[in-house]
Ligand binder design. Structure first.
Ligand code: ATP
Ligand code: MG
Length: 435
């Protein structure tokens, strides 16, 4: 049998995971500075939760879910996004209780699953980092969270980004707007794409979001939802815009942006890369306000704001700018062995060095000494320790510092009994200019 990975999945080999770990570490650091704490929810949930949370008519629920029945006949889905699970956990664990600091600021990072047509920046198993803020309607929450979404990219020096915002108002607004939009689109019914024809009466706002060329032409002159906002939503949107301006963060308003998930109200946003190499899948981060979802999932009425960022697209952006990743796992010491006794002694030496915090590799392949030195060089080791019969008889190990080429001897027993002193002396005597 010749097994192959499933379509839309990838193996991240060490050369790649090295990059991913660096990115994940930086993202975690950033979350800390914003005082977001990590939540880890299950990779699968009751299908019903996603149908409820994401929206019955969304593409994610109608076309893209990996769902199955388990052996207990439960209808289950692999999570296609992070918010529904986090909201479920927030409600189930009563994180809204008086003992918790408010607002609740959570982040998550991990794989999501959608049955989609794989292409560059689009997989079936992909990764998102996302945040959710529960408990405040303050427009400052919207702004802080959007800025965080931008900073996730900016901290790597990515600058070709555009912040696009819109407001979806209240559910009352959307009801009125829905009718207006249907009235505008109906005369164009025959010219709309098949998908949009289906959506027209089910979820007309999604027609605005269509990627079809002809649809785009038609919706260009559609009425703007911003003209239908009530006073509260208007004030909220004005406040958000004012704060962005105050922070001197450029943004553009796209009144046709509605987002793929159904649960949003008021502010929604996308971070889009303007990198010309990116083409169609240019949205790298997307989210907005969803004040009704916690209640929808069975909790107390709780305002909320969140986003999801695609990590594959972040990795791609860094590839496009030839990002220089630091070495993640530098090698402090390589142990060269000559003979069986040395092979065994190397176990002890490696153990001492590792117990003192060094990263150590040793010879396993019984190669000739020259080959072993070449390996140490290739792995970019700081020091090469050499053990042979003679060294063992004398209770020492030869040490060479590769950057200076200077060599010294170190007592094995001293290394074991007073590591810090012995190792410092070894470093000093292999420094340039010491001779
Ligand atoms: P799109 O219109 O590109 O399908 P979406 O509206 O489905 O996006 P969201 O559900 O808002 O996307 O997800 C947020 C982010 O997650 C996206 O902006 C993107 O960066 C990333 N993302 C979504 N689906 C995929 C996928 N299949 N593969 C890789 N990344 C993805
Ligand atoms: Mg999608």
């Amino acid at each position: 049998m010749n097994y192959q990975k499933l379509k839309g999945t990838v193996d991240l080999l060490p050369e790649e995971t090295r990059k991913w770990q660096f990115i994940e570490d930086k993202a975690r650091d950033l979350m800390r500075t914003y005082q977001f704490n990590e939540i880890r929810t299950p990779m699968f949930e009751q299908l019903e939760l996603f149908a409820r949370g994401v929206g019955e008519t969304s593409d994610i629920v109608t076309k893209e879910m990996y769902d199955f029945r388990d052996k207990g006949d439960r209808h289950i889905a692999l999570r296609p996004e992070g918010t529904a699970g986090v909201v479920r956990a927030y409600v189930e664990n009563k994180l809204y209780g008086p003992e918790y600091h408010k607002p609740t600021k959570l982040f998550y990072m991990g794989p999501m699953f959608r049955y989609e047509r794989p292409q560059s920046g689009r997989q079936r198993q992909f990764h998102q980092i996302g945040v959710e803020v529960f408990g405040s309607r303050n427009p400052s929450v919207d702004v802080e969270t959007m800025v965080l979404g931008m900073d996730l990219f900016k901290q790597f020096g990515i600058t070709d980004l555009k912040l696009v915002i819109n407001s979806l108002g209240s559910s009352e607004t959307r009801k009125i707007y829905r009718e207006e939009l249907i009235a505008y689109l109906e005369p164009h019914l025959d010219d709309l794409s098949k998908d949009s024809q289906v959506r027209l009466y089910k979820n007309p706002l999604r027609v605005l979001d269509s990627k079809d060329k002809k649809d785009k032409e038609i919706v260009k002159d559609a009425p703007s939802i911003l003209d239908f906002l009530d006073e509260a939503s208007k004030a909220h949107f004005e406040a958000v815009k004012g704060m962005l301006e105050d922070l001197e963060i450029p943004y553009v308003i796209d009144t046709n942006m509605v987002r793929g998930l159904d649960y949003y109200n008021d502010t929604i946003f996308e971070v889009i890369t303007t990198n010309p190499k990116f083409g169609a899948n240019a949205t790298v981060c997307a989210g907005g306000r969803y004040d009704g979802l916690v209640e929808e999932v069975g909790g107390p009425s709780t305002p909320a704001f969140g986003f999801g960022c695609g990590l594959e697209r972040l990795v791609l952006l860094l590839e496009h700018m030839d990002f220089d990743y630091p070495e993640l796992n530098p090698l402090d010491a390589y142990i060269v062995t000559m003979g069986d006794r040395a092979d065994q002694s190397a176990n002890k030496l490696a153990r001492i060095l590792r117990q003192n915090g060094l990263s150590v590799e040793r010879e396993f392949m019984n190669r000739k000494a020259g080959k072993q030195f070449k390996t140490a060089d290739k792995l970019n080791a700081d020091y090469v320790f050499t053990l042979g019969d003679q060294e063992i008889d004398n209770g020492i190990v030869q040490v060479k510092r590769l950057s200076t080429g200077i060599q010294t001897e170190v007592s094995l027993s001293e290394l074991a009994s007073s590591f810090d002193e012995t190792f410092s002396a070894m470093i000093r005597s292999t420094e340039k200019g010491e001779e």
